[in-house]
Design a protein around this ligand. Structure first.
Ligand SMILES: Cc1cc2nc3c(=O)[nH]c(=O)nc-3n(C[C@H](O)[C@H](O)[C@H](O)COP(=O)(O)OP(=O)(O)OC[C@H]3O[C@@H](n4cnc5c(N)ncnc54)[C@H](O)[C@@H]3O)c2cc1C
Length: 382
């Protein structure tokens, strides 16, 4: 190890920023050098995308700059990561080769619309920040017809988010006085609304969307998309506007480096270790299986918890103390109702023999907590 150990963090999202801040809050710059590499120089809380769609936000006032990290003596390099050599302990970007003592891989999941024939030509990607303004324009101009929200692969980020999107879109159409003329259909390959939250919470979510006349179609496995037509394994339906959640995969460099098998994610346990010494992985780029049918959902709150876990364990190693912690699997995701309230799906993945989940009441207080959640992350991390 070099005199000052070097922790390199790949990806400046929830996992990377929480890990970097936890490390820097514990160790000084003479005890650890921290470098974050990301191809973009901004961070945004995922759910702000839905606020851009409903017009309560702009992209510009929803992001924090990763260039601010320098103030905390966390180096930031804006560059694309091209290869990871876990044995020789170095990473190559387009312009640099960087060696590490510890590596935290927090590169998130990649949206892969190209895996569904016809999707890119005929539908919008609900999770892609480049599509948000156009989606908003379409929702502002639609007068009648059918909106389809379609989940096209599992697992995907923030399982409740597409349901939340359907409720916010319902609210936009209600405000425009045209809700009665627009049908909202929700298609999912899963048998229940939220497999990650179990049957009871799924039933409650279904009740919530049904109460706004949003129709949920389960077990709808997509094959392809044509002009104004979704082709499922067992039939086809028409739409006027398609908002898709495309399949998610890991970044190509993860497959190239042998850390995961395409189209899967890096398998980890609660210590977030990979089989390679001092190489850790956290967040959406990983798969942490809890039971035969359940893995830790892809959500910022869990990426954050894993990032903190790894940072604590790296600090312990650097300080040569024996303490180590495991990721506790606790977190919550918000569901905004579109009526100025929100509920929270509270999850505890490891407390019992099976994960426990609970849907709170929908209140204005929870909506304030959601706003606060974003504010806190932007202010404490950047
Ligand atoms: C609409 C929506 C609503 C959501 N709501 C919630 C919510 O209420 N609660 C919640 O907890 N989560 C929510 N999420 C999910 C949350 O945003 C993600 O789970 C979270 O961002 C995952 O964090 P991460 O650090 O694993 O990955 P990310 O935050 O995706 O960060 C990965 C980073 O790696 C970088 N990167 C990837 N490949 C490369 C490369 N080759 N070179 C350089 N850089 C690279 C990317 O640019 C990115 O910045 C929501 C997501 C969406 C889309």
């Amino acid at each position: 190890m070099t005199s000052v150990p070097h922790v390199v963090i790949l990806g400046g999202g929830f996992g990377g920023l929480s890990a970097a801040n936890e490390l820097r809050n514990t160790l000084t710059s003479s005890q650890v050098k921290i470098t974050i590499i990301d191809k973009k120089d901004w961070f945004m809380v995922g759910f702000a995308k839905l606020w851009i769609i409903n017009g309560t936000r702009t992209f510009e006032n929803s992001t924090g700059s990763l260039n601010e990290l320098g103030k905390k003596e966390i180096d930031f390099i804006k560059d694309e990561i091209l290869s990871i050599n876990v044995k020789d302990k170095n990473v190559k970007t387009k312009t640099l080769e960087i060696s590490f003592d510890f590596l935290i891989i927090s590169m998130g999941a990649v949206l892969a619309p190209d895996r569904i024939p016809g999707l890119e030509q005929n539908g919008f990607n609900l999770y892609d920040h480049n599509h948000l303004l156009e989606i908003r324009e379409k929702l502002e101009s639609i007068k009648s017809g059918k909106i389809a929200i379609s989940i096209m692969g599992m697992p995907y980020k923030c399982p409740p988010a597409p349901f939340e999107a359907s409720l916010l879109i319902d609210s936009m159409l209600r405000k425009r006085g045209i809700r009665d003329f627009v049908q909202i259909d929700f298609y999912s390959p899963a048998p229940i609304a939220l497999p990650a939250a179990g049957p009871e919470v799924s039933r409650q979510i279904l009740e919530l969307v049904n109460s706004e006349q949003i129709v949920f179609h389960n077990s709808s496995k997509i094959k392809s998309v044509e002009s104004k037509k979704l082709i499922f394994e067992d039939g086809e339906v028409n739409f006027d506007l398609l908002l898709a959640i495309p399949p998610h995969i890991a970044p190509k460099v993860i497959y190239d480096s042998g850390l995961a098998k395409e189209p899967g994610f890096i398998p980890i346990d609660r210590d977030c270790e990979t089989p390679f010494e001092n190489v850790f992985a956290v967040g959406d780029v990983t798969s942490l299986v809890v039971t035969e049918n359940m893995a830790v959902p892809k959500a910022g709150i869990f990426a954050e918890g894993e990032g903190i876990t790894v940072a604590k364990n790296i600090s312990s190693q650097i300080l040569s103390n024996e303490e180590s912690v495991l990721f506790n699997g606790k977190g919550g995701c918000f569901i905004e109702s579109g009526r100025n309230t929100a509920s929270i799906i509270e999850v505890d993945m490891f407390s019992h023999s099976t994960p426990s989940t609970n849907l709170t009441e929908s209140t204005s207080d929870n909506l304030s907590k959601k706003v606060q959640f974003e504010k806190e992350r932007l202010s404490k991390w950047l």
